[in-house]
Design a protein around this ligand. Structure first.
Ligand code: KG4
Ligand code: ZN
Length: 343
């Protein structure tokens, strides 16, 4: 069906974001506000996040609409992340989207946040013309860690996922142990740059085992024991850097190994293989390089969206709205947001 511009809204965790995309996927305007309110608590506080979404979303939406040069009446639809995620934020974002849709008689799309990550590689500006189906997705963030075969819109096969912590969660916990603040992933990567990745032989959970599941809690515990048992008081900076680098290397080895198994399973399908990474952890250069090498070793091409489209954003939500509206898919205004919503 025909489709005009779509407004996307993201509020499932601690990013408040809005974006407007043209029907062909061109990004007309985008804005992301990363809530800094949580740093003092060492993690996202759901109640604070929901209130911050409520406080910031109206102005953010106004801003992208003005920047796009559009009024609400010009839109073909409104899409909002409606799960999985923190329920307070989901209620704020989807409620806002439904209000606009109701007032303007627009179609509403309740977007699965994981589907939005999964379909980002299809944005026409990313890979020439957008990645064609099927492709293999490795989603690695603070909340998610899974391998998914993306066969089409709404057609996902979960090949594996974490049996304990998400990989970003492991980065954040290790960063905390090393006194790096929150979120710790980027700081840990900076510290690791000056460290010796070969100094500590941390465990590599599930490495060499069949399947595409992940596990990071044993690795995290090994680092915690190393830090706790460190002789003679506080860590020296060089020791901390060596721990960070050794931890990061262990994660890289595990991700490359698990993605390798996923590619082997995926390659059973005909056609050229493509490995796509998404999620905040995909920002890590060491991990990207390890995954790129693993892809090359199996003859897969490698797609890593720019960082701002890897971390939570509303461009991917609006794009998912466009993909679904094109197929005639939309949702009723009484659609209930879901804290848990597997792909
Ligand atoms: O996708 P994202 O913004 O939010 C969700 O969790 O959905 O991902 C945030 C996660 C955090 O755990 C953060 O520490 C991690 O991504 N992260 C990184 C890096 N940048 C962000 N982890 C490792 N290296 C990085 N450079
Ligand atoms: Zn996400």
């Amino acid at each position: 069906s025909s489709c005009g511009p779509v407004l996307g809204i993201e509020s499932s965790c601690d990013e408040t974001a809005a974006a407007v995309l043209a029907a062909d996927g061109a990004i007309l305007a985008e804005a992301v506000l990363n809530q800094s309110d949580h740093a003092a608590f060492g993690g996202v506080v759901p109640e604070i996040a929901a209130r911050a979404h409520l406080a910031h979303l109206p102005r953010l939406v106004e801003g992208v609409m003005r920047h796009a040069g559009l009024g609400f009446a010009d839109l073909a639809g409104v899409a909002a992340s409606s799960g999985p995620g923190l329920i307070g934020g989901l209620i704020v974002g989807s409620g806002f989207a439904k209000g606009v849709a109701l007032a303007q008689r627009l179609r509403f799309v309740a977007v699965n946040h994981l589907e939005a990550h999964a379909l980002t590689a299809r944005l026409p500006g990313l890979v020439e013309g957008g990645a064609p189906f099927p492709y293999l997705l490795l989603l690695v963030s603070g909340g998610h860690c899974q391998c998914v075969a993306v066969d089409g819109v709404g057609r996902y096969r979960r090949l594996g996922g974490t049996i304990d912590d998400a990989v970003g969660e492991a980065f954040d916990k290790v960063a905390k142990l090393l006194g790096l603040g929150w979120p710790g992933g980027p700081a840990l990567e900076r510290l690791a740059a000056g460290g010796d990745a070969g100094r500590f032989a941390f465990p590599r959970p599930l490495l060499g085992r069949p399947g595409c599941d992940f596990s990071f809690s044993g690795l995290k515990t090994a680092v915690a024991q190393m830090v706790a048992g460190y002789p003679a008081g506080p860590l020296r900076t060089q020791d901390a850097a060596d721990i960070a680098a050794s931890f990061q290397r262990a994660v890289a080895d595990v991700l490359a190994d698990r993605a390798g198994n996923a590619m082997a399973a995926f390659a059973a399908a005909p056609g050229p293989g493509r490995l796509v990474v998404a999620g905040g952890v995909a920002a890590n250069a060491t991990l990207r390089a390890a995954l790129q090498a693993a892809a090359a070793a199996r003859g897969f091409s490698f797609v890593a969206p720019p960082l701002r489209l890897c971390t939570d954003n509303a461009v991917m939500v609006a794009w998912t709205g466009i993909e679904r509206l094109r197929l005639g898919l939309s949702d009723r205004l009484d659609h209930a947001p879901r804290p848990r919503w597997p792909l």
